[in-house]
Design a binder for this molecule. Structure first.
Ligand code: SAM
Length: 245
């Protein structure tokens, strides 16, 4: 089992790896079993990696994985919260995968000063990618690319950022680009349409419930906010896509 997991990654983690430039050292924060760094080091993509974990159980799993694969010289497993496990200048790239977008943004915010020499961030939020897009803009990181994929019935997004012009990707349709992702929204592939039609269905169910509730100011605001998002999905997808799925 051990060998299989670091010989072949899930499509989700492979998508993250595909964005790591050859030769970049990485810190994988929230690494769990350290599958990602074990894989990239074995494939010769990364010369050195840090696997960071804050929870004892996953930290121990990462340690034993790295030991079993005899990768202790190239992978340093460290226990700690977020970016506190890295020293400034130690890695070229930070990967954070498999968490919510607001947790990922908090980790980046709390450890900002550790990112001084980091050239690329590769972030895979399970939900709320918008929180990450907002954090990137506020912190002078430019979103360079995005990917969306479906695996085992779940849909994931991967965001890639480098230092640059943070507003560049949002020059047209800023509000929509923040929610849907500027690159994903333009590409509008099958998984993208599927994700947002599902979200739209959820929002419509919430709207039905809210309309039946007593209309306080808060509820009216909430209804307006959700209606706006439903409308944005309709505008981005258009009728054709809605019928295609
Ligand atoms: N990155 C792996 C992946 O994508 O398959 C594991 C994802 S797992 C769902 C999330 C991991 O992040 C858990 O092992 C958890 O302990 C760790 N984690 C959560 N918050 C963290 C933090 N602030 N610092 C470091 N690790 C954290």
């Amino acid at each position: 089992v051990v060998i299989v997991n670091t010989e072949k990654l899930s499509d989700r983690l492979q998508t993250v790896v595909d964005f790591i430039p050859d030769g970049y050292s990485i810190a994988d924060i929230g690494s769990d079993h350290a599958y990602l760094p074990c894989y990239t080091v074995k494939k010769g993509i990364t010369p050195f990696a840090i696997a960071g974990e804050v929870v004892e159980g996953p930290y121990q799993s990462a340690l034993s994985q790295v030991r079993e694969e005899q990768l202790t010289e190239k992978i340093s497993v460290r226990k700690g919260n977020g970016l506190e496990v890295i020293h400034p200048g130690e890695v070229d790239c930070v990967t954070i995968a498999g968490m919510g977008g607001s947790l990922i943004s908090n980790i980046l915010e709390e450890g900002k000063e550790k990112l001084v020499n980091v050239k690329r961030l590769i972030l895979q939020p399970n939900i709320s990618a918008i929180s990450i897009r907002q954090w990137l803009i506020q912190n002078e990181w430019e979103l360079k690319d995005e990917e969306i994929l479906e695996e085992d019935g779940k849909i994931y997004e991967v965001l890639v950022a480098e230092r640059g012009l943070p507003e560049e990707p949002y020059k047209t349709d800023r509000e929509k680009a923040l929610l849907f992702g500027p690159y994903l929204m333009r590409r509008k592939d099958y998984v993208f349409s599927k994700k947002w039609l599902e979200e739209k269905k959820n929002w419509e169910n919430i709207l039905t419930k809210l309309s039946a509730a007593s209309h306080t100011v808060e509820i009216i605001d909430k209804i307006k906010e959700i209606q706006k998002k439903v409308q944005m999905v309709e505008e981005v997808l258009g009728d054709e896509d809605s019928e295609r799925i």
